[in-house]
Design a protein around this ligand. Structure first.
Ligand code: AMP
Ligand code: GLY
Length: 424
């Protein structure tokens, strides 16, 4: 079958690689894709925000299945519009994507369906938010309700910081995403990401991962989309995975059905594993970036029928087969990221890096300028390696990235530190 994948990052390169390996695939189109994806699929110019144009493209090119990578098209209802046109699509409906699109929606769902999460309040005006802060001293977490490109969360260590966050969000710093805010209890523990494939009724555990959100070594500096990741997360033991399925994922599936918005697609749970077990920090309605770049290289099953079964509401798999190997990815970013990444510098040595044992180089923010590969975003390349454990994967990934010749790039030197500490 012909498949259209939406997106252009490292996540989509990893998805494209997995889909391209499927014996059931004829042609893989990617809109818009990137130079790495162009080596394994056909990149096309379709305006993804123009849903009728996407439908027209699918009809013209006989595309039977669309896989949506990023959250924005999900929240905009692309899956609904494709399904209305009779085209199967992987990802939640607009209503179900509220799990990512509105933090308040998710908190209310958690409250109503007994899903463990931080205590919270929802506020649409400044005075009541500030009054809540008077009663709940720092540390406390202030969040813009809507999508704010990962910037709408302030973990306030002082009351002054918390009050300033309320002022900033209500002053319009995040546009309509900040029309409402959630204030919640600060959770202590270790963060992990957990992914489940869902078909509206059933959910199957997919994989776990951990990422590094801060830009600098030792988890310092501003937050980013993620500077590296590894899978599996050592803290996510078999027993913990089962507990997360039972206490968080399954009640969410029931809750979404009860709300009239059954959840289909991949459910990405950001978790805090504390003394009294796993608590939900947030949901995302899509695969993680860069988590996907470490999960999919471990997948032994054919990805295409798995995603298709989710979209069709007929997920048959009882479990997903992952390699026992670990994977680790290092994000190679452009100088200036996350504030103001410099674009246009030339990157050499990608082929040399990719030639290492069990190494995969995913493109995230690159473009071609004549014969050159140049930086075209903040997170530019994801150097991924597999190994018998996180330590071996990490050694291979760092050996590979050292072969890349890109003076204008930088990366963290300590990806995987927590997993290394956890090793016997
Ligand atoms: P989010 O965008 O909701 O994932 O939040 C971004 C980051 O803020 C998370 O990855 C956590 O590190 C942190 N965070 C969010 N909520 C909490 C919380 N209730 N307690 C502690 N840290 C949090
Ligand atoms: N790496 C975190 C995310 O994809 O949201």
């Amino acid at each position: 079958m012909n498949v259209l994948l939406i997106g252009s990052g490292g996540r989509e390169h990893a998805l494209a690689r997995a889909l391209a390996r499927s014996p059931r695939l004829d042609t893989l189109f990617v809109a818009p894709g990137n130079p790495g994806i162009a080596e394994i699929a056909q990149c096309v110019e379709v305006n993804v925000a123009d849903h009728p144009a996407v439908v027209d493209f699918c009809r013209l090119m006989k595309v039977e299945f669309v896989v949506v990578g990023p959250e924005a098209p999900l929240v905009a209802g692309l899956v609904d519009d494709l399904e209305s046109a009779g085209i199967a699509a992987f990802g939640p409906s607009k209503a179900a994507a509220q799990l990512e699109g509105s933090k308040g929606f998710t908190k209310d769902l958690a409250r109503d369906f007994d899903i463990p999460t931080a205590a919270y309040g929802r506020f649409a005006d400044k005075a009541s938010a500030l009054a809540y802060l008077d009663a709940h001293p720092a540390p406390i977490v202030v969040k813009a309700d809507g999508l704010a490109a990962g910037k709408g969360v302030i973990v306030a260590m002082s009351d002054a910081e918390a009050r300033a966050a309320v002022e900033t969000i209500f002053s319009g710093a995040f546009g309509s995403a900040g029309a409402e805010i959630v204030i919640e209890e600060f959770l202590d523990g270790e963060e992990a990401s957990f992914f489940a494939l869902c078909d509206g009724e059933r959910a199957v555990a997919f994989a776990s991962a951990q990422d590094h959100k801060r830009v600098g070594d030792g988890d310092t500096g501003p937050n980013t989309g993620g500077m590296g990741a590894y899978s599996p997360a050592p803290i996510m033991t078999e027993a913990m995975n089962e507990r997360v399925m039972r206490d968080i994922i399954e009640p969410t599936m029931r809750g979404m059905k009860a709300r009239g918005a059954p959840y289909k697609g991949v459910l990405f749970a950001g978790l805090m594993i504390g003394r009294d077990g796993p608590k939900l920090i947030e949901f995302n309605a899509r695969f993680g970036d860069p988590e996907t770049q470490v999960m999919l290289p471990r997948l032994e099953d054919d990805l295409l029928p798995l995603l298709l079964d989710c979209a069709r509401g007929q997920l048959k798999a009882r479990s997903v087969h992952l390699s026992s190997q670990a994977a680790l990815t290092i994000v190679h970013a452009a100088r200036g990221y996350p504030e103001a990444p410099e674009k246009g510098s030339v990157i050499r040595g990608v082929e040399k890096a990719a030639a290492g044992p069990d190494v995969l180089v995913f493109h995230a923010g690159t473009k071609r300028a004549g014969a050159d590969l140049v930086a075209n975003g903040g997170r530019v390349l994801n150097i991924t390696a597999l190994g018998a454990n996180v330590a071996e994967a990490r050694e291979r990934a760092y050996a590979a990235i050292s072969r890349i010749d890109w003076p204008e790039g930088f990366y963290r030197r300590d990806i995987g530190w927590r997993a290394m500490n956890a090793m016997p």
